[in-house]
Write a protein that binds this ligand. Structure first.
Ligand code: DIR
Ligand code: MN
Ligand code: MN
Ligand code: MN
Length: 312
């Protein structure tokens, strides 16, 4: 089986440096070689990490309250092309972030390719402590990593191409085909959006109540059988006990085993078309013994599970 790898060293969707170093750390710890040698995947694309420095302008003042708007827009537009090219060839696309703003590019690219290749709309399983569905207007922080879902679903729109106006209908995701798992830190404006649009979301409360097995079953049932799935996994969905080195850790999260189970279950559907792993920041939580190393290890585990390594 063929995998397209996109290694994205980009941190402009939020304010903490270091998340750009994650792809190199994941690759150095042997993630890609194990996919190649143990799972016998044929890898295409990068072992080299893209830094997209040519796309980051010198002047990039806020626009509609967004920070680094031009940089994030042009980097995600480029990522959309990279993911599209792999996906159009029928490869499963693995993107190693970077902050979660990069999902604007990965999902735009896989949505477009899947429409063209299979004539199908993709579904997205968004695993995260956060909903990342702020519009530029509801966002308190101005960080675009808190807005990708709004742009991808058309809740946020913009005409100017240099400010995400490049996102067209073929790049978008239907609100009905979106499902969240792991939420526990959702802004008031985001809660209103989730409620008003009836978006399917399984919070930590739901996981405590029903167990992870039942929650994943319900999430997959919502998506429907035989729908191409894009899994976007923010490592901060895991409890900081397992993934301390991330920009916005929130206590009370998934165990590593619960995260792995989500990934294994999605692999088992046979419908996976793309996986993102984002928000690993090896420069954070240095006060914790082996914090960065453990977080990288957790990230590798999630990806391996999504690609079927742990299933018999
Ligand atoms: C917050 C935090 N909702 C924001 N979002 C984060 O900035 O919009 N997403 N940390 O991962
Ligand atoms: Mn996120
Ligand atoms: Mn998050
Ligand atoms: Mn398999």
């Amino acid at each position: 089986e063929d995998i397209g790898v996109v290694a994205v060293g980009f941190s402009g969707g939020q304010c903490k440096p270091g998340v750009d170093a994650a792809p190199a750390a994941l690759i150095e710890s042997g993630l890609l070689t194990s996919l190649r040698d143990e799972l016998n995947y044929k890898l295409h694309g990068d072992d080299q990490v893209h830094l997209y420095t040519d796309l980051v302008p010198k002047e990039d003042p806020p626009y509609r309250n967004m920070k680094n708007p031009k940089a994030v827009s042009s980097v995600t537009e480029r990522i959309a092309d990279q993911v599209y090219s792999h996906s159009k060839e029928g490869r499963l696309v693995l993107t190693l972030g970077g902050d979660h703003s990069i999902a604007i590019g990965t999902i735009a690219g896989s949505a477009k390719a899947t429409r063209e290749r299979l004539g199908r709309e993709i579904a997205v399983i968004w695993v995260d402590a956060h909903a990342d569905i702020n519009t530029p207007e509801t966002s308190g922080s101005g960080n675009v990593h808190g807005m990708p879902v709004a742009f991808l679903t058309g809740l946020a729109k913009e005409d100017k191409p240099e400010y995400f106006g490049w996102i067209k209908e073929e790049h978008r995701l239907s609100l009905k085909k979106l499902v969240y798992i792991g939420l526990r830190d959702v802004d008031p404006g985001e809660k209103k959006i989730l409620r008003e649009h009836g978006i399917k979301a399984f919070s930590m409360f739901d996981i405590d109540r029903h167990g992870i097995g039942r929650v994943v079953e319900m999430a997959l049932a919502h998506i429907g059988n035989d729908t191409p799935i894009h899994l976007s996994f923010d490592v901060d969905a895991l409890d900081p006990m397992w993934a301390p080195s991330t920009g916005t850790p929130v206590r009370g999260g998934l165990t590593l085993r619960e995260g792995d189970f989500i990934c294994e279950s999605v692999h088992q559907t046979g419908s996976l078309v793309a996986v993102d792993l984002v928000e690993v920041n090896p420069s954070l939580a240095p006060e914790l013994d082996h914090g960065a190393h453990e977080t990288v290890r957790a990230g590798c585990s999630l990806v391996r599970c999504a690609l079927g390594e742990t299933l018999l």
